[in-house]
Write a protein of this length. Structure first.
Length: 586
């Protein structure tokens, strides 16, 4: 008998007279000691499936229309979880079946210390004393490789990094030695190095405890690192399930082929990424590279790559170097970290420490590094959203660090930023049409509202949205659509320079492909310059002409995108490259 059997499960959501079929007659098994990866885009039904196992969906509006969820720890004891009452489920949740949620900050209680929360879970399910529960918590913090577990016990969630919070969640889930562990996108927004560590940790704990694991993600590359079997979901249905090797070597369904093919790691720099619709509309015409990693392109003596385009030149002829749009000279941004009783700063955090570089007109400069490396601070300092303590930023031969805030308005028109989270950067109370038109109104572009509306509709069409979306609100769009809206707003003033700060990090791989294609298309049309900030070196290599790697506020190395990716020089960059999930089966 498998550890978990999902048999013809259907889950519907009712809202007024509308019914949404979130999950449609799905069936799969999880055996003890196996890791089953559930893969699909947002809206595919994978999270609804995982929440159904522990009946964590609110009812109403959720309703289990059909099917069974059978759980068996061995012998003849088989339980249908859908028939269990609240008290019976309390005994199962966290004890026999545990779950690691996607966002640890919203899953951990901010008013209790991390140790208290894990101890509480142990005391709820085990007959032990408070001291024993405390010691078990510290032991689990050690097992999940948290440094200084005694100190972490007394710290609050906001005092930990994203990777540390995720490890606390893993310790909490593992503290009662469950038979089944459900991991719902536990590494989506983490740095690639932290992601690799977390994946390795989950695998080690799974093998040590002989657990069954359900690992939910939208990235097939991550699945290849951790799973034994793969279940591919699309639009609430299972379209394919097989071993990891079979899925990667011989994918059968067009959707699986699309998920494999649209990852930037599988494509040459600047090459157009396939999207899901390509595979459903023209399956026979789309070549699938599957899991193969691209090789470095050859640069012969009569050609070169610049700006994503191949340019011809005669041997011996000097290559024209574009002028610099931005020159950064010995830039430093420090934040006070410790003050004395009288308010005098005693210590600083050197977020950006004596950095110098230049950005050429028309190029895309990739800025890569882990969380805390200083890349976002540097990007915001270039826009004067943060004031540096020293150094110069020369934009179009003008020192903008010498300007006061009220003198920067013309600069705001020429330099724009696309933030990481589009939902928080859009006002939920105004329509997206008004949000895109607002910068034009502030800078007095076009004399009347009718002309501005016409320009907004033109921008919406350029980012693959419809004119009818003008009067809709941000909450009515998907994550990928909201990201395109933010890009349209950034382009409303026709800027020369665009900073993209982690603008695709939390998107599904297919939506990520759409946004990257869009940025490449718009760059060709408008000719702007981009600094593309990300912790994912594979994405940065795909879209960038040059890459600059940051670590602890300093530049580790910089150079041609392919040179940095395929031939890194410093140990830090080598670690970043080695941490990228390749999705390749040996």
């Amino acid at each position: 008998m498998p550890l978990l059997t999902i048999d013809n499960l259907s889950v519907d959501f009712f809202s007024g007279k509308e019914t949404t079929n979130a999950v449609k007659n799905i069936s799969f098994n999880v055996d003890r000691g196996d890791v089953v990866g559930i893969v699909g885009e947002s809206g595919s039904g994978k999270t609804v499936t995982s929440l159904s196992i522990l009946q964590l969906l609110p009812s109403p509006p959720a309703q289990y229309s059909s099917g069974r969820i059978l759980f068996s720890e061995g012998g003849n004891n088989i339980e249908d979880l859908l028939t269990k009452g609240h008290k019976e489920l309390q005994h199962i949740r966290g004890n026999k079946i545990a779950m690691i949620f996607q966002e640890p900050m919203s899953s951990l209680n901010p008013v209790f210390s991390c140790g208290h929360q894990v101890t509480e879970a142990i005391l709820a399910h085990k007959t032990v004393s408070n001291n024993q529960a405390r010691q078990q918590t510290i032991d689990w913090f050690s097992k999940v490789k948290l440094s200084e577990p005694d100190k972490i016990f007394h710290r609050y969630p906001h005092q930990l990094s994203g990777g540390q919070k995720q490890r606390v969640m893993i310790a909490m889930a593992m503290s009662c030695n469950p038979s089944l562990l459900i991991c719902d996108e536990p590494t989506t927004a983490l740095d690639v190095t932290v992601q690799k560590t977390i994946l390795k940790l989950i695998r080690e704990l799974q093998q040590e405890q002989n657990m069954g694991v359900i690992f939910i993600t939208h990235d097939l590359g991550v699945v290849a690192e951790v799973a034994d079997k793969v279940v591919v979901m699309y639009n609430g249905e299972i379209v394919e399930q097989n071993s990891v090797k079979e899925i990667f070597d011989r994918p059968q369904h067009p959707y699986t082929k699309a998920l494999l093919a649209c990852r930037p790691v599988n494509h040459q720099r600047g090459e157009r990424l396939p999207v899901v619709s390509d595979f459903f509309e023209k399956v026979e015409k789309v070549g699938v590279r599957g899991h193969e990693r691209v090789s470095k392109p050859e640069i012969t003596s009569d050609r070169m790559i610049r700006g994503g385009k191949e340019q011809q030149f005669r041997p011996g002829e000097p290559v024209a170097r574009p002028p610099a749009l931005i020159e950064v000279q010995n830039l430093s941004v420090w934040f006070p970290s410790k003050k004395n009783f009288f308010g005098k700063t005693l210590e600083f955090v050197k977020a950006v420490d004596d950095v110098s570089f230049e950005v050429l007109k028309g190029e895309t400069l990739g800025l890569v590094g882990e969380s805390g490396s200083g890349k976002t601070t540097l990007g915001r300092a270039l826009l004067r959203l943060i004031d540096p303590v020293s150094g110069k930023i020369i934009y179009n031969d003008e020192d903008i660090t010498a300007k006061k805030r009220d003198q920067l308005k013309p600069l705001r028109k020429d330099i724009q930023i696309v933030f990481q989270d589009p939902y928080s950067s859009l006002n939920p109370r105004i329509t997206i049409g008004s949000a895109i038109a607002e910068p034009m109104q502030v800078h007095k572009i076009f004399p009347g509202g009718h002309q501005r509306k016409k320009k907004v509709i033109e921008l919406l069409e350029k980012v693959d949205l419809r004119p009818g979306h003008f009067n809709r609100y941000p909450h009515e769009f998907s994550g990928g659509q909201r990201q395109r809206i933010v890009i349209a707003r950034a382009l409303a003033l026709n800027p020369s320079f665009l900073v993209c700060d982690e603008s695709v990090s939390a998107l599904d791989v297919s939506v990520q492909a759409q946004v990257l294609n869009l940025l490449n298309d718009l760059k060709k049309e408008f000719g702007f310059t981009i600094i593309f900030i990300s912790h994912d070196l594979a994405v940065v290599r795909y879209i960038s002409d040059r890459i600059m790697v940051m670590n602890n506020g300093r530049i580790e190395e910089s150079g041609d995108a392919d040179d940095i990716y395929f031939n890194p020089q410093t140990e830090y960059t080598k670690t970043l490259v080695a941490s990228i999930p390749k999705g390749k089966i040996a």
